[in-house]
Ligand binder design. Structure first.
Ligand SMILES: [Zn+2]
Length: 90
């Protein structure tokens, strides 16, 4: 499972990736996001994954993302970006 920490500090998981005709037309796949309880949460563009205004961090480690929530909440954006870079290095 791949988990995503969004900029609103919610956490979702990647349910599926769509590459239908419409996506091919757009030249960009769609990513369907579920809540952690399995309910539909959102559908985002592939490029949103790399937009720091949308996504703070991506990880297979849900606990790590949960630990980041209060840190980011208390410290703002600079720290979030720092943590994201650190996460991607690992
Ligand atoms: Zn599609």
């Amino acid at each position: 499972m791949i988990y995503i920490l969004f900029s609103d500090l919610s956490i979702g998981t990647i349910k599926s990736i769509c590459n239908c005709g419409k996506c091919k037309e757009r030249g960009q796949v769609e990513i369907f996001i579920d809540e952690l309880n399995g309910e539909y949460k959102d559908c985002i563009k592939f490029s949103d994954l790399f937009d720091k205004r949308e996504v703070i961090a991506i990880s297979e480690n849900l606990e790590a993302l949960k630990e980041m929530q209060p840190i980011i909440n208390n410290s703002g954006n600079t720290v979030a970006i720092f943590l994201q870079q650190k996460l991607l290095e690992e």
